[in-house]
Design a protein around this ligand. Sequence first.
Ligand code: DAT
Length: 169
Amino acid sequence: MKVLVTGTPGTGKTTFSQALSQAIQSRDRSVQIVQVNDIIKSERLYDEYDEHLDTYIIDDKKVRKYMEGHFSDIKSDFCVIETHTVTTVPKKCADLVIVLTCRTDVLYDRLQGRRYGSDKVNENMECEIMRVILEEAHERFGAQRIQELASNTVEDLEDNVEAIIELLF
Ligand code: DAT
């Protein structure tokens, strides 16, 4: 079972993916977290690095091709794929798509806390306000596979893990 966790940077993908993976393991099932960003960097699946926005310019097709091969090697019961670029994930690599969303005031504080430059903060704030990733996920994977979850508080995190565990087991 492959679970894609996506959302604007700062919405809580890493935090949620780790909590979900722990909950899966505590039910005696194996799980692997795949961080698409790490793969893009380690396998050099990008075209260039944009210094101004502190971001990699990605060749989606190249990443999807690599991901297809990568997934055929994964033997764990569950795979949690984490990325904010849904277009890098092949359609068959996500049975369930979780889109985390965040209140703008909460997200702003989290992004500021990362000491991002103002352009990068603004870009990500706009991405969240315009619901860009949610829309891309709908286009790519269809509404039936998508769960949109609010990710503002620790209570949200606990509720979200519980809700997804109920769906998966
Ligand atoms: P992402 O992986 O989407 O970039 P993250 O998991 O690194 O986001 O989280 C960004 C920050 O927000 C980090 O300091 C942890 C915190 N955080 C994440 N989810 C949260 C939640 N549901 N409630 C409170 N804080 C949260």
